[in-house]
Design a protein around this ligand. Sequence first.
Ligand code: ASP
Ligand code: MG
Length: 441
Amino acid sequence: MKILKFGGTSVGSAERIKHVAELINNDEKKIVVLSAVSGTTNALVELGNCANQKNKAKFEITLRTLREKYEVVISELFDDLAYQAQAEEYIENHFALIQSADTDNFTTKEERIFLAQGELMSTRLMHLYLRSLGVDAVLLPALEFMKTSDGEPDTDYIETEIEKVVNKFPNCKLFITQGYICMNEFDEIDNLKRGGSDYSASIIGAAIKADEIQIWTDIDGMHNNDPRIVDKTFPVHELSFEEAAELAYFGAKILHPASVLPAQKENIPVRLLNTMQPEKQGTLIRADVTHDKKITAIAAKDGIVAIKIRSSRMLLAYGFLRKVFEIFEKYRTPIDMITTSEVAISLTIDDTSNLSKILDEIDDFGNVESNENQTIICVVGRFLQDDANVAVKVLQILKDIPIRMISYGGSKYNISLLVHNDYKAKALQLLNDGLFFENAT
Ligand code: ASP
Ligand code: MG
């Protein structure tokens, strides 16, 4: 069995939905995981905000605009009026549920119910469209098997439950299910956070021990650098799980960072493919990578805050780092990069929701300084210790860029550099030219 996940743009219009239906309609046994129609989750987030702010006027307009979008999709998707009416009825139920929300007593629980409607609608539409073509497909409700506990997937539960629902249909070759949505430990509707459909696909793939997990997007695989910013990027055809995880975590938008681990644990290859050019090779992520490239790709992550703590108490002391880290742990804020000297420590975070509280508490330890608008640039590859010249080369290429922090040796897969966001585009282009093109200046 394979898992095929299609993102929001891949199901972003009637034409795209038809195209995906064509791609999945063959004899291969598969579970298709769908995102919401593009723009839907953003609109649902907006609706939640309007409800929280009791902004009824904006709520109505946002809901109407979203509704109109679905009207167009439905009218273009189905020629047959009976199917159109059926689709209208399905979609009406979802919109009625949002419309009926009690905005005077709006809670995060309702907000998460809002957020779930996108994937529920896209899968309904795909399933109905397949039926209109006479294709047998089974709609698997993700809420019956996807479960998290304290934000982490409950893998035992998922494995047992998905097996149960799939086994109900021994002859079925094509299953459709929702990405992103799940139940939590309180039996409430929840989600795997923005972009979480990739994660769903990987969790499902791991749970059923799939042969392969395919992530279908609108680009021909993971590129060696950010194609939106840099000239002359190219798809990387093969990546190890470790390299893919580093790239996804450090900003390669094509893949949700958490989605590598479940596949890696079960050693299931992950293939990144392009819906618009299905014949292209894409990127294969797996354990036994055969290429011997030292540097595979570069990624960048914006919105980083650097925090420097200078303290003479750190000199020859032990336990100092632990005390600092405990503050980040208390506010559940992950640290990305860290460098130390004898009397100072610099680290970076990207979740700034508790920044002021963290800074307040760290203030007790010494002199604290923070800088916003930083970007982590991450050069990923396989660097052996005697390949130290990779680091030298990277620094040489960036000799005119002010570098705030450098992290090398943490793993053999990456060199991370922190620069101000103003230097990001220039640094990425310089690295692209210098590391991937021989005759580059
Ligand atoms: N629809 C969700 C989002 O927009 C999940 C996903 O697309 O992966 O974040
Ligand atoms: Mg995505």
